[in-house]
Ligand binder design. Structure first.
Ligand SMILES: [Zn+2]
Length: 177
């Protein structure tokens, strides 16, 4: 399938206010490689420059940013968008988990997202299925366009298991569609 990996907060500044997802750039690259090894065609668009305190390109107000425009150009060709984020271990909502899978309330059919959480769990990752909000605009607007999209958060203190995450995505897709 055609997969687009996006990472809206892929800069590398460590700060108390978490203006960047410091692991996101590495996760996106690693995931791309492993998904390509599984035979998928993968594009990646990351935003390594605009920090979240300046403009959150993952919100409605970020829609005109070049990062979002690049995504919208590729989206018609895609089967799946994977929005990659990372979280610091002190993030209380996600504490103790390796990976968080956002289930968006607007998802008309969340079988894929639930299957993905199950496969990640099967691969030994402490997985949280979390009810995300429509303010995660990249995923929300992709779903609105009738395309499948999922937001993943990875723990910045854990080793990123790119091969396992890629396999879980691949297996969840084949189990669902
Ligand atoms: Zn983020």
């Amino acid at each position: 399938m055609n997969i687009l990996i996006t990472a809206p907060h892929a800069c590398s500044i460590k700060s108390v206010s978490h203006v960047c997802d410091v692991l996101a750039h590495n996760c996106a690259q690693s995931l791309r490689n492993y998904l390509e090894n599984l035979g998928h065609t993968v594009s990646a668009i990351v935003n390594p420059t605009t920090t979240r305190d300046k403009l959150d390109v993952n919100r409605v107000e970020g829609r005109d940013h070049p990062y979002r425009r690049a995504i919208n150009q590729l989206l018609p060709l895609m089967d799946l968008l994977i929005d990659v984020h990372s979280f610091p271990p002190q993030e209380s909502r996600f504490r103790g988990h390796d990976v968080v899978v956002f289930n968006m309330p607007s998802t008309f059919d969340d079988r894929f997202v639930r299957a993905l959480a199950q496969y990640l769990h099967n691969y030994g990752m402490k997985t949280l299925l979390y009810n995300g909000s429509p303010e995660n605009d990249t995923v929300a607007s992709t779903l609105e366009q009738g395309k499948m999209a999922v937001l993943l958060e990875f723990n910045e203190e854990r080793t990123f298991l790119g091969r396992e995450v890629a396999r879980a995505l691949d297996e969840a897709w084949r189990a669902t569609f």
